[in-house]
Design a protein around this ligand. Structure first.
Ligand code: ATP
Length: 253
């Protein structure tokens, strides 16, 4: 359902590509974790899927359509179908938990409805449903600036689910959270993934989380795909390859 064909991204003024000739297919309903050292290309990879990243070469297809060739309207529809969760949550601090969750619907509404903050009864019911699913009902009227990191990420997930996405993308969603909270966030995401057959693609630093929750692991190193396999296939050798330091000889001083 998602395919990348020879995708290369080289940022302006950079000599090395951030993604180098990536070709792979992701099927509906997979739970993918993307591993790699800092700067390996994980965020760039996620952005190629939701069309936020211009490609230097190659093409990305989602549901058979080439992402870079969509009209504005089609791009908006594509993004509505993709929920995103982020390391820094990107919530609106002064709004309540429930108001933040409701903003997940804004992409599907007309501008005047957004301006007036109009939500239908059905949307409010849906927000209540996700608040409950994510254990946030008792926080619904609290401003998000007063929540803990784990609670904020649960709001982020509920907001993403309000889009009724068929793809969930996560860019280091647990990087600022402690290990037990990170595990509970992954458990929630895995449950939503299973209930809704969500295709889920998440960047993560923690290899144990990837092994515990993913159905498939990808690893990037300097923009190249160096591992694509089942969690059980991620051996110590592969692990070392992903995370080894560059040798001093190869380092530019
Ligand atoms: N806007 C940009 N302009 C120039 N170079 C960039 C830009 N964004 C990323 N890069 C470079 O591209 C490479 C890949 O970056 P990317 O953010 O995709 O990696 P990452 O694996 O997500 O890293 P991290 O785990 O630190 O978030 C890095 O060398 C980075 O410095």
């Amino acid at each position: 359902m998602i395919s990348l064909e020879n995708v290369t991204v080289t940022y302006e003024k950079e000599t090395e590509p951030a993604l180098s000739d990536l070709t792979l297919r992701i099927e509906e309903g997979e739970f993918i974790c993307v591993l790699g050292r800092s700067g390996a290309g994980k965020s760039t990879f996620i952005r190629t899927i939701n069309g936020l990243q211009a490609l230097t070469k190659g093409a990305v297809y989602v549901s058979g359509k080439e992402v870079g060739q969509l009209s504005e309207k089609e791009t908006r529809r594509l993004r509505t179908g993709m929920g995103m969760i982020f390391q820094h949550f990107y919530l609106i601090p002064r709004l309540t938990v429930k108001q933040n969750v409701l903003t997940g619907r804004l992409g599907q509404k007309k501008a005047y409805q957004n301006l007036l903050g109009l939500f239908s009864e059905q949307e409010i019911k849906q927000a209540d449903y996700y608040l409950q699913e994510l254990g946030l009902t008792s926080f619904a009227d609290r401003r998000v600036e007063h929540l803990s990191g784990g609670q904020k990420q649960r709001v982020g997930i509920a907001r993403a689910m309000m889009q009724e996405p068929y793809i969930l993308l996560g860019d280091e969603p647990v990087a600022s959270l402690d290990p037990s909270i990170s595990d509970s966030i992954f458990r929630l995401v895995r449950t939503l993934h299973e209930q809704r057959h969500l295709t889920t693609i998440i960047n993560v630093h923690d290899v144990d989380l990837a092994k515990k929750y993913a159905t498939r692991i990808l690893a990037l190193k300097k923009g190249e795909l160096i591992f694509d396999g089942q969690p059980s296939e991620l051996s110590d050798e592969v692990y070392s390859l992903i995370y080894e330091e560059e040798s001093l000889n190869n380092r530019a001083f």
